[in-house]
Design a protein around this ligand. Structure first.
Ligand code: NAD
Ligand code: 0WE
Length: 259
């Protein structure tokens, strides 16, 4: 018997088998959930469908979260096949590469708007379109990062977007709480995914994380998946509006120096 037997989940943000979204998908599937996927069109056939099929999923739909129409279409198709949605996972972000290096003060108006649109507003848009399918006991979650709260070199406009995302989680939780729908964020430590590859200084930061974090090891998508399972299930029945750290304790340090 699984914690999520008979429940339906829909996960946005799988790019490949290193994605945090894929770690979450495996954890929810192992607990008995039926998992559907949405990702950008270009990734669907080569990357996402094979992964989906490996866990018996048939719902795989394209969506660029910058398009209200595409978001609406995904939930329309989901509603054709499912009466309700128990778990909604938002695991995506984007900023221009040029805005993830150099000085934050040089962020353009366009770059700022793009990062906030894809990385923060999209959660609001997804929840609004999902709402007819959500019911008492449903759980929504998103992925954040410590740069929302403290300055992390080069994270720049993404830090501002994650701050907006975490605030959006609180306002959404306040809106939907009366309907028994919960909304939370998982703030994960650095993980080597596609979104982290080629980031200036990520490798060095990833290496020193394991020397500095209280638990002295890096974070895996499976670590995130286990917290996602807790948030998706009734184990977290009275937890909403929170940002839960999955970071081996890194965020509790005042002066992160290691040994
Ligand atoms: P990833 O590259 O595997 O996933 C990012 C996803 O965002 C991709 O699937 C990409 O297609 C999607 N995406 C980007 N623009 C989109 C758009 N316009 N429409 C739809 N999808 C779009 O990387 P990941 O590290 O698994 O990232 C997942 C989430 O986890 C992100 O929110 C990221 O900020 C967050 N996060 C990552 C780390 C880390 O160190 N990797 C740490 C904490 C939080
Ligand atoms: O949220 C993220 C990364 C999100 C991301 C990644 C990219 C790379 C490719 C958003 N937009 C883009 N745009 C691209 O063109 N993380 C938490 C991972 C990450 O990114 C960093 C980090 C960490 C950690 C950037 C600078 C410093 C640390």
């Amino acid at each position: 018997m699984g914690l999520l037997d008979g429940r339906n989940a829909l996960i946005f943000g799988v790019a490949n088998d290193h994605s945090i979204a894929w770690g979450i998908a495996r954890a929810l599937h192992e607990a008995g959930a039926e998992v559907g996927f949405s990702s950008v069109e270009s990734l669907i056939e080569r990357r996402v469908r094979p992964l989906a099929e490996s866990i018996g999923s048939t719902f795989v739909e394209p969506c660029d979260v910058q398009s209200d129409e595409q978001i609406r279409a995904v939930f329309e198709r989901y509603a054709e096949r499912h009466a309700s949605l128990d778990v909604l996972v938002h695991a995506l972000a984007f900023a221009r590469r040029e805005d993830l290096e150099g000085a934050f003060v040089d962020t353009s108006r366009d770059g700022f708007a793009l990062a906030l649109d894809v990385s923060a507003y999209s959660l609001v848009a997804l929840v609004r379109e999902a709402r007819p399918l959500l019911r008492a006991g449903s759980s929504v979650m998103t992925l954040s990062y410590y740069g929302a709260e403290k300055v992390v070199a080069n994270y720049n406009v993404m830090g501002v977007a994650k701050a907006a995302l975490e605030a959006s989680v609180r306002y959404l939780a306040a809106d939907l709480g009366r309907d028994g729908i919960r909304v939370n964020a998982i703030s994960a430590g650095p993980i080597r995914t596609l979104a982290a590859s080629g980031i200036a200084g990520f490798k060095r930061m990833y290496g020193s994380f394991a020397e500095i974090a209280p638990m002295r090891s890096n974070i895996t998508p499976d670590d995130v998946g286990r917290t996602a399972l807790y948030l998706a299930s009734d184990l977290s029945s009275a937890v909403t509006g929170e940002t839960i750290y999955v970071d081996g304790g890194f965020n509790i340090l005042g002066v992160p120096t290691g040994d």
